[in-house]
Write a protein of this length. Structure first.
Length: 440
């Protein structure tokens, strides 16, 4: 397993180097200095918030817990890793860098954060990338997070290297282990809190090591799109379970959602129908696809389900035009995925930073680009019964076209979301998530 990462890493590093060469040349800088970030202490306390590494730092190397470290790169030179390894007995210091990637870096170890200035290679026009701190002011950086440098880097990052795809395949496989355990806990009648514990234990990750806050929603809680709590108490009856939770490997995220019914009932039939729709949408992911159009197709498909299951007696076309489908599917079909769960660059028209607008009436779509080879996107249609959106529908002119008795009967389930991670490839999409579910 590790051999595949070692085998693919040199080509990945070559791609990252090439992208930085092009961005540095276009922006007029001699060097990029990438700061991993620093821990932040909580107000009136001596405890730090969980550390999250700068995604530009982990783009170069698989270090996700290296606070106060730097990567410095200048065209034609070996990248430098300035690695902070304090001498400490209060906390366990990080081990010295090791592994398949280390030979590709000039590693310089420091014992105090401010020692970095002396060991960073100098350059006339060095650009700083990362979270700025005032103590860096006298270090002589020519610019801090300049858009002319960041825009082309963000634009090119959407296309994944084979190393990145391998990391994301493994993240999906690990996520599926957690999903399997979570479903078992749900079937056994566990609470949200207990289900979340089962997911983390199966993945072998702490809550802070997940790429995003897991959504563990029983019953009507699934109607809150980013439901953030994990109730300790068990509901009187388990009707449904929506889990949006994933793992990450070497800083690359998965993003996986599944929905389950407690019974073989009509809600399960609706899940199965949306699952079929989701598979069909994922099968269309390929280079050249306009993601905006796929999003609109998802709305027509969900509208068809609203007809088929007797929720609304308008045609799918009317439902989309009159925004009825948006009351049941208020979010976007998906987003770019990679070093971040909602990866950057989803709206970019070109390396200069121009943007592609969202379709009118669809403000929450996170990706408007046309896909290229090895873009990884989430495909996550949903169908929800969200009280405030249903209230707006009820107060509007389409009220008489809604089967409110049927809708009200489904409120106890909250809603459905099914989400896969799909790589666009010329010879057909690679569904990283479905593959993981088949083999795990």
């Amino acid at each position: 397993m590790a051999d595949a990462l070692a085998r693919h890493y040199p080509a990945h590093l070559a791609a990252v180097t090439r992208r930085f060469d092009e961005a540095l040349a276009a922006s007029g800088f001699d060097q990029a200095v990438i700061f991993a970030g620093s821990p932040h202490t909580q107000f009136l306390d001596d405890t730090d918030y969980p550390f999250r590494v700068n995604p530009h730092f982990k783009y170069w190397l698989p270090l996700t817990n290296a606070p106060d470290s730097f990567v410095a790169y200048a065209q034609g030179h070996k990248p430098v890793l300035v690695f902070y390894q304090p001498e400490d007995y209060w906390y366990l210091p990080p081990q010295a860098p090791a592994g398949y990637w280390v030979e590709h870096f000039d590693v310089r170890i420091i014992k105090k954060p401010d020692a970095a200035r002396a060991v960073l290679p100098s350059a006339p026009r060095a650009a700083f990338i990362g979270e700025w701190r005032e103590e860096f002011t006298p270090w002589g950086f020519a610019a801090v997070n300049p858009a002319t440098l960041l825009n082309p880097l963000h634009y090119s990052r959407a296309a994944k290297t084979e190393y990145e795809l391998e990391c994301m395949r493994r993240a999906n496989a690990l996520s599926v282990k957690g999903h399997r355990a979570a479903e078992r806990a749900f079937r056994a009648g566990a609470s949200e809190f207990e289900i979340h514990g089962a997911f983390c234990a199966a993945c072998g990750l702490t809550d802070n090591e997940l790429p995003y806050g897991a959504i563990i929603a029983l019953n009507e809680h699934a109607a809150t799109l980013h439901y953030q709590h994990r109730a300790r108490g068990k509901p009187a009856k388990h009707h449904s379970f929506l889990i949006d939770a994933a793992a990450q490997v070497n800083g690359y995220a998965a993003d996986v959602t599944r929905t389950y019914s407690a019974q073989q009932d009509e809600f399960q039939a609706l899940i199965d129908a949306l699952d079929k729709t989701q598979r069909a949408l994922g099968a269309k992911v390929k280079p050249g696809l306009d993601f905006k159009q796929l999003h609109l197709e998802a709305h027509h498909a969900v509208a068809q389900l609203l007809c088929d299951f007797d929720f609304v007696d308008l045609s799918p076309e009317e439902m989309v035009v009159k925004r009825v489908s948006s009351a049941f599917l208020p979010h976007g079909l998906g987003h770019l995925l990679g070093l971040q769960t909602h990866d950057v660059g989803g709206f970019m028209a070109n390396p200069g930073g121009d943007t592609i607008p969202k379709p009118e009436g669809h403000p929450y779509l996170r990706t408007t680009r046309s896909l290229d080879e090895n873009f990884v996107v989430t495909i996550e249609p949903g169908l929800y019964f969200i009280a405030p959106l249903l209230a707006q529908l009820q107060a509007g002119p389409v009220n008489r076209h809604v089967n409110w008795g049927k809708v009200d009967a489904f409120r106890r389930y909250g809603g459905i979301r099914i989400e896969d991670n799909v790589a666009a490839k010329q010879d057909g999409p690679e569904n990283l998530t479905r593959t993981a579910f088949k083999i795990m």
